[in-house]
Design a protein around this ligand. Sequence first.
Ligand SMILES: [Zn+2]
Length: 83
Amino acid sequence: MACERTCIGCRRQDSPEGLLRVVLDNGVVTPDPRAIRQGRGAWLHPACWEVAERRKAFGRALRVSVAPDLSVLRTYIESLPAG
Ligand SMILES: [Zn+2]
């Protein structure tokens, strides 16, 4: 499917509905659930963010050399309803 995205955590492809888009905003990884923000984004399953962090996938996907700040993303994902 042309519209599929690859999760930066588990590296599996999925439709955008199953994935969360994030963008980098002043060094902070920021959720973009409606996928409306400009700039380089990355896609991941919300449950895969820790895997992505361990793999340093955020920095790679967002093209930054220092580890980006994930505190905003973590707070956002933890606020999501489980399941
Ligand atoms: Zn995933």
